[in-house]
Design a protein around this ligand. Structure first.
Ligand SMILES: *[C@@H]1O[C@H](CO)[C@@H](O)[C@H](O)[C@H]1NC(C)=O
Ligand SMILES: *[C@@H]1O[C@H](CO)[C@@H](O)[C@H](O)[C@H]1NC(C)=O
Ligand SMILES: *[C@@H]1O[C@H](CO)[C@@H](O)[C@H](O)[C@H]1NC(C)=O
Ligand SMILES: *[C@@H]1O[C@H](CO)[C@@H](O)[C@H](O)[C@H]1NC(C)=O
Length: 404
């Protein structure tokens, strides 16, 4: 569903107090990305150097020579993100902004070199449609090195591609909550008080079937969840009921407490079941840019340039209570669930916060989409911002595989 991510402005005010503590944890996370110390540079066959600085802190610089690596003809596009095909003006300008880290340059991915490094290995994405958005960008970039790339769908994958020249598979497993969940209609309940239509049973300790059996297949996995954890997706009459060990958790948990339990259990599952040699990343939230109201209140994102750094806190700091505040709130919970684990956080939030100008907005390729769903200020136009995520992820994968 396109609108995976349309979130209402319901407040999660109780979060603001504990968040003071979590700001601390969150800032600790950032230290993961400081430059690795004196990595031995004489290792044979070194293909990719370690990042020379924190790649995630920087700013966007306009550079008319900066061009995307693919266009609207990439066969892996999803129509609603294919902004060039959907005739958004000035797409070349959107793609002329280049991410420049504070203390070094971000190299663009070299698809031939990267796929060469990945030969006989596989990369998986697991999570919601923002990870699919990331995947589509990844596939279109890698296809530059192997025009024979074919659609691939197996092992519970939702979409993906196989690159025959390199024997590499890259695929997405759709699991919006990560945990298994299923609908139970109201017949199963004794009464239908408050117009309850039913509930979603969430087994907080069981991974969704879509990624239950992939531990042996992938060498790299990128997880995310967050954009569905909202009362807009699961309102009171169709709410989430959390289970653990096959029994309902008592007393029943509110959504964000359930989110925390799911995070803890999924992280524990990944640590226990997935092999040590596998590289694991957890992608933090992708920020939304609804302006002037939420998605169902005519919120829009018809911007023609990135936000200024000074505007970011106003838009995103939970204390300002804006409609897009959830990304930073959820990141704090994710950050504390990942602390001390082997899963690396991939904090793409900050760099993406600037890019209010780069969502599909009204260019969705369907006539009535905006009147029905509102603008899409959540996913990203492709080519677009996820291409920069690909530059960063490939550099981190390359370096980690090289350094063991
Ligand atoms: C799009 O990219 C393909 C290569 O993948 C190229 O052959 C084609 O000419 C490009 N089309 C446009 C309109 O730029
Ligand atoms: C495209 O760019 C031109 C020139 O900068 C500008 O006048 C126009 O409003 C832009 N169109 C959109 C839809 O942003
Ligand atoms: C392709 O890669 C898989 C691992 O993903 C490996 O098992 C298989 O042997 C490889 N095939 C060839 C022809 O090298
Ligand atoms: C959204 O815009 C439409 C058309 O301009 C208007 O009828 C409607 O009242 C607006 N909705 C909100 C919530 O502002």
């Amino acid at each position: 569903m396109l609108m995976a991510s349309k979130l209402t402005p319901t407040l999660i005010t109780w979060l603001i107090l504990p968040s003071c503590l979590l700001i601390f944890l969150y800032s600790m996370l950032l230290t993961l990305y400081t430059a690795p110390r004196s990595h031995s540079s004489n290792s044979k066959n070194q293909i990719l150097a370690p990042p020379k600085c924190n790649l995630l802190k920087g700013h966007w610089v306009f550079d008319p020579n900066h061009k995307p690596m693919y266009n609207s003809t990439c066969p892996f596009h999803r129509n609603s993100w294919n902004c060039i095909k959907n005739q958004r003006e000035n797409m070349s300008r959107i793609n002329s902004w280049k991410w420049v880290p504070e203390q070094c340059d971000l190299n663009r991915v070299d698809p031939v070199r990267f796929l060469g490094l990945m030969r006989n290995r596989n990369i998986g994405f697991v999570g919601d449609s923002l990870n699919e958005n990331f995947l589509v960008s990844f596939l279109c970039v890698l296809r530059v090195a192997d025009a024979g790339a074919k659609k691939w769908k197996r092992k519970g994958a939702w979409s993906g591609a196989y690159f025959p020249k390199f024997n590499v598979t890259v695929a997405y497993h759709r699991a919006v909550l990560l945990a298994k969940y299923e609908w139970r209609s109201q017949q199963l309940l004794l009464s239908d008080k408050d117009g309850v239509k039913g509930t979603f049973r969430v087994d907080t300790d069981i991974p969704a079937d879509d990624w239950a059996n992939i531990a042996d297949f992938y060498d790299v996995l990128v997880f995310n969840t967050g954009h569905w954890w909202h009362y807009d997706k699961f309102p009171k009459e169709m709410s989430l009921v959390f289970f653990e060990g096959g029994k309902p958790i008592h007393p029943p948990l509110e959504m964000l407490d359930g989110f925390k339990v799911v995070l803890e259990n999924m992280v524990a599952h990944i640590e226990k079941v997935f092999p040590k040699r596998m590289l694991k990343f957890w992608r933090l939230q992708s920020p939304r840019h609804f302006h002037g109201g939420d998605w169902n209140q005519n919120g829009s994102c018809l911007f023609d340039k990135p936000l200024e750094e000074l505007q970011l806190d106003l838009w995103f700091d939970p204390s300002n209570n804006g409609v897009n505040k959830e990304a930073r709130q959820l990141n704090r919970l994710i950050g504390s669930a990942l602390k001390g684990t082997s899963i690396r956080t991939l904090d793409l939030t900050h760099m993406s916060e600037f890019r209010a100008d780069a969502h599909p907005a009204i260019w969705l390729g369907k006539r009535d989409a905006v009147s029905i769903w509102g603008q899409d200020c959540m996913h990203w136009c492709l080519p677009g911002i996820p291409d920069t995520w690909v530059d960063i992820l490939t550099q981190l994968i390359g370096y980690r595989l090289e350094s063991g």
